[in-house]
Design a protein around this ligand. Structure first.
Ligand code: PAF
Length: 279
């Protein structure tokens, strides 16, 4: 497995390989969710590459960029064991060289939910993902459903800019008690960890109501809020039942909807979602 830093080395790797390339973009601190993306990319492509880059541009000034978990050696071992051909692990200067001033903004779909609470976050995500896609030129790029708004932003960008790549979205990997896997789960203290599955329980309660015929989105949002409120260590940040591709809040669920939420446990902020209806 090649471990690369300079853009020119990634381009040389790509030029040296025939056949399809699957790319798994990550910020490292890999868990079973990332590994399921890699395993799927391995099944579907002749070549597989991953990137490990804690992207400063997608963290706000008060966010956890400095504290974000980093585990490069362990990550490289895991990726090698899954048969990854190349990993790009650049420094910020490789991605954002001096004079860098070009940014991608995906307007409406970036605006609500995470975008409203994390100004500039999706500008940083869209820009780095566009750069990754340009540098690697993969046939397919793999993302987790857990970051549903990120997926909607990237899909919109790829469509709007006619970037020739298939965006493949893989199911959220979960602990046995339902907690969605996230590198940020490492921040949870023992009591917070015990409380955290309430995020998934809230979404499952909304799904159960939907499956029993509830189509009033306000009622579904209330179920999310009420379930979260049952856990004293958890503070709701937002709950949402929105159109699955535009992320506009719904009054009634007619087609595919995304039920999503964010909540704080102490200093840790977690997100989760489920898709209701659609195909
Ligand atoms: O989902 C992530 O880990 C990041 O947002 C991504 C897509 C690697 C861009 O930095």
């Amino acid at each position: 497995m090649k471990v690369l830093t300079a853009v020119s080395d990634v381009r040389a790797f790509r030029a040296s390989r025939e056949g399809s390339l699957g790319l798994v973009p990550t910020m490292g601190a890999l868990h079973a969710g990332h590994l399921s993306l890699v395993a799927r990319a391995r099944r579907e492509n002749v070549n597989v590459a991953a990137s490990i880059f804690v992207n400063p541009a997608q963290f706000g000034p008060a966010e956890d960029f400095a504290a974000y978990p980093r585990a490069l050696d362990a990550d490289l071992g895991l990726l090698a064991s899954l048969g990854v051909d190349a990993v790009w692990a650049p420094s910020p200067g490789d991605v954002y060289p001096p004079g860098f001033q070009t940014w991608i903004t995906v307007d409406d779909v970036s605006a609500p939910l995470e975008g409203a609470r994390r100004p500039g976050h999706f500008r940083g995500v869209a820009t780095v993902v566009a750069k990754l896609l340009n540098v690697f030129q993969p046939a397919r790029a793999y993302f987790g459903q857990k970051d549903a708004q990120q997926v909607a932003v990237i899909r919109r960008m790829v469509q709007d800019l006619s970037i020739p790549v298939d965006i493949v979205v893989c199911p959220t990997a979960r602990e046995k008690d339902g907690l969605a896997l996230s590198s940020r789960n490492a921040y949870l203290g023992p009591d917070e960890r015990r409380a955290a599955p309430v995020l998934h329980r809230a979404l499952e309660a909304a799904r159960a109501a939907f499956d029993s015929g509830e189509r009033d989105a306000g009622r579904l949002r209330a179920i999310l809020t009420e379930t979260l409120a049952g856990e004293p260590l958890v503070r709701e940040d937002y709950v949402s039942v929105a159109d699955a591709s535009t992320l506009a809040e719904l009054e009634r669920v007619e087609g595919a909807a995304l039920a999503s939420l964010a909540a704080r446990l102490g200093k840790t902020r977690l997100i989760d979602n489920v898709v209701l209806g659609g195909t």
